[in-house]
Design a protein around this ligand. Structure first.
Ligand code: PLP
Length: 452
């Protein structure tokens, strides 16, 4: 096989060690070399076109080649390609970006802290949370509750926060002060015959028991994605956040909404929290903030938290945290252009229309397929779990690698999906039309039928 690979693929294989890639798969298949993108489509080096069902990596929400963003990046690079925001240095475009972000927050927020990735933003959250409780004279209140199947990043601390045991085991990650409770995975984890609402109550009880066991005075925060992404595309069962939030409030535990994927329109509301009616104390965002055109993250800090930091300013002295590229002027310019496009193109409204349309089309085409166990998700964040037996929900044997086979079959047919085990997921650009959704569902259904 290697003999047929392009020079570019061979160069890549010789020189690169890819993130989240099996070294053996890399050797067997070589990399898929992508060269260009326009709208909702990308093209490989051989000129083959693919409908990008994943917006890159859940991020290129406005599609590829948006001149408004590339122009903003060019102009800002020419004006001021970089300066930092440490030690009280300010750059107007960065302040303007922070102000625009605050205007769009789902609940009143006081401040933005910039970074470059979802992982570094969640690291920032941990430090904010810990200093917050130090300042409140509660130095013991430091533990963090996350959930199995959560994805919060791949730095050491955020990979511990992430609820994917494989990522913990591989690197012997320190567990640190992090606790995991069950994933709200109704399809797989709910006892037979239990309603969604009862499953939510069951999970709330588990959370309550965990808090009681550990002691509320040791627990600082609860991290949650509105819809779990990388851990299997898992939407919360009915009433989940309604059950969870009062327990957190009662126990003085901060709620961190990890909106790295769900933010900026993906679920058909501007924020995931709005889809499920909860009010976070802290928000983590990245990816869609620049539509993936520039690496940038933005942490939102509520008045409840900020007021404590502000009052403790003397005690804190220098807030000893930040990244060279915190508040990068080019990132800020890209974000300003992306935020404006999200408004001008009425992206949220489009997702609220095309998302349910696409979900229905998936049901229509694949709902009765013998190996489609579950079709789930919200807005343009949808997953299809393939199983060996629909009736018993028995999974395919791992070594069959069914998900991977479907991913490859879809690529053959000119469609990019993403496999999370045997759950295939879609998070396409939010500017996708109903016609694009029809094409996506058609190609995907054929790919599934190619394999099972
Ligand atoms: N949080 C969530 C919900 C994510 O999906 C991701 C990445 O996919 C991250 C955090 C980490 O972001 P990054 O890969 O930019 O570090």
């Amino acid at each position: 096989m290697a003999a047929q690979r392009s020079e570019a693929a061979l160069r890549d294989e010789r020189s690169q060690f890819h993130p989240f890639t099996s070294i053996n798969d890399m050797k067997a298949d070589g990399p898929m070399m992508i060269e260009s993108g326009s709208g909702v489509r990308i093209r490989d080096i051989h000129g083959k076109e693919y409908l990008d069902g994943m917006a890159g990596l859940w991020c290129c929400n406005l599609g590829y080649g948006r001149k408004e963003i590339t122009d903003a990046i060019t102009q800002q690079s020419e004006k001021l390609s970089f300066f930092h925001t440490f030690n009280n240095m300010g750059i107007d475009v960065v302040g303007e970006c922070a102000e625009e972000l605050l205007k769009r927050a789902p609940v009143p927020m006081s401040k933005i802290f910039f970074g470059t990735s979802g992982s570094d933003a969640n690291e920032t959250q941990l430090k904010i949370i810990w200093v917050y409780n130090n300042l409140r004279g509660k130095p013991e209140k430091k533990k963090i509750i996350s959930r199995w199947n959560a994805y919060h990043g791949s730095s050491v601390a955020t990979a511990s926060l992430t609820g994917l045991p494989g990522m913990h085991k591989l690197f012997d990650l320190p567990k640190g002060p992090i606790l995991h409770v069950s994933a709200p995975y109704y399809y797989r984890n709910a006892p037979e015959g239990m309603s969604e609402r009862d499953f939510s109550r069951h999970l709330a009880k588990e959370l309550e028991d965990t808090i009681e066991r550990e002691g509320a005075d040791t627990i600082a925060a609860f991290f949650a994605e509105a819809v779990m992404g990388a851990g299997g595309l898992i939407p919360p069962p009915e009433g989940y956040f309604d059950e969870i939030v009062p327990i957190l409030k009662k126990n003085d535990i901060l709620l961190v909404a990890d909106e790295v994927v769900s933010g900026y329109g993906r679920l058909g509301t501007y924020w995931g929290a709005q889809s499920y009616g909860f009010e976070p104390d802290l928000i983590t965002s990245a990816k869609g903030v620049t539509s993936g055109y520039f690496p940038m993250s933005a942490v939102f800090v509520s008045p409840k938290v900020w007021d404590v930091l502000d009052a403790g300013a003397g005690e804190i002295g220098v807030f000893g945290h930040g990244y060279t590229y915190s508040g990068h002027p080019v990132g800020a310019a890209a974000a300003l252009a992306a935020l404006k496009l999200i408004d001008d193109l009425e992206v949220v409204k489009n997702v609220a229309d095309v998302g349910p349309y696409m979900k229905q089309a998936l049901h229509d085409r694949l709902g009765q397929h013998a190996h489609v166990g579950d079709i789930r998700g919200k807005g343009l964040m949808l997953g299809i779990e393939l199983v060996k037996d629909r009736g018993t929900k028995e999974a395919f044997p791992m070594q069959d690698r069914t998900g991977r086979k479907v991913f490859k079959a879809a690529a053959e047919r000119g469609l990019i999906t993403r496999m999370l085990g045997d759950t295939l997921v879609f998070a396409p650009p939010l500017v996708m039309t109903r016609a694009d959704a029809d094409e996506l569902v058609d190609k995907f259904a054929l790919a599934v039928e190619d394999v099972v």
